[in-house]
Design a binder for this molecule. Structure first.
Ligand code: ADP
Length: 274
């Protein structure tokens, strides 16, 4: 077979004209393969690194929990404050590592979603209750308006959908309670046509128009969000979008800067009544 050695460049158009059409096409294929290989290696690195981080972090958290527990009541008040701070930071790191792991699993197709029939309004009630301490701590109000009558069932993977709503609720609290603002979050759920739609509305900083094309992209954070809350990875919405669409649902938002944001999550009904 004829062999040619070409430098593999990111953009092969730079050699267009100096090589034959056939050679150009071959070079293009080579570049695409190289890109795929780099992408695969990046995902693999992410997965290995996240796994390596998780074990020591879990053990750190365990010892911190012991220190803070009643049996470990050896701490002075000031020390307890410091340890609580370390514990909160370490838990945030566990969250980040779990997000990274989920990203690599979703991207490599190694995260099997297991959709099961569920009553979304009851599930959402639990998740709102779980988020309440975070809202209280931030001084925000968090209200949930369950529907008067039961809604049709939807098919969801509870583990992953829990993460989706937890992220949306945490964001709503985080981006409405910064800079001393009083956050107000209203959660509701309705049936529209053949979909059950959950809405999480906040009165926060809003999402700028220019952020719209990138908001569900990996690691993306809007400029105003970076100023309002330094803490954030830009992974939550990326994961949420992947999970919801994988389950046959939709996720979108309406927002106005300085007024607030509403995120909507819709899942197709699996039954017309319960
Ligand atoms: P993170 O919150 O960790 O930055 P996410 O992926 O959850 O990452 O969100 C991506 C970006 O979307 C945020 O950085 C912010 O710019 C924007 N965003 C998400 N939710 C809200 C919200 N409720 N209000 C304003 N901006 C939001």
């Amino acid at each position: 077979m004829e062999s040619h050695e070409f430098p593999v460049e990111e953009d092969v158009t730079s050699v267009k004209g100096s090589v034959s059409r056939e050679e150009y096409d071959r070079l293009q294929v080579l570049c695409d393969q190289k890109d795929q290989e780099i992408e695969r290696m990046k995902t693999e690195f992410l997965s290995v690194a996240s796994h390596q981080f998780r074990t020591p972090l879990t053990s750190m958290n365990w010892y911190l929990e012991m220190l803070l527990s009643d049996e470990g009541a050896v701490l002075q008040e000031r020390e307890r404050g410091y340890v609580e701070e370390v514990y909160a930071t370490s838990r945030r790191m566990v969250g980040l590592v779990n997000d990274l792991l989920n990203v690599s699993r979703l991207e490599t197709g190694n995260l099997e979603l297991e959709p099961m029939p569920a009553q979304l309004e009851t599930f959402l009630q639990t998740l709102v209750d779980e988020a309440r301490p975070i809202a209280d701590q931030a001084g925000a109000t968090l209200a949930y308006a369950p529907p008067a009558d039961p809604l049709p069932m939807v098919a969801i993977d509870k583990g992953m959908v829990r993460q989706v709503f937890s992220n949306l609720l945490t964001n709503a609290i985080k981006y409405s309670s910064s800079a001393g603002a009083q956050g107000k979050i209203d959660v509701s759920i309705t049936q529209e046509g053949d979909e059950v739609i959950a809405a999480i509305q906040d009165n926060g900083i809003g999402i700028p128009e220019e952020a719209k094309p990138s908001i569900f992209s990996k690691f993306y954070r809007a400029e105003n969000a970076i100023h309002a809350a330094t803490d954030g990875s830009g992974l939550g919405l990326y994961i949420a979008h992947m999970v919801v669409t994988e389950l046959g649902g939709r996720i979108w938002y309406e927002s106005e800067v300085g007024t607030g944001t509403t995120f909507f999550v819709a899942f197709p009904c699996t039954s017309s009544s319960v």
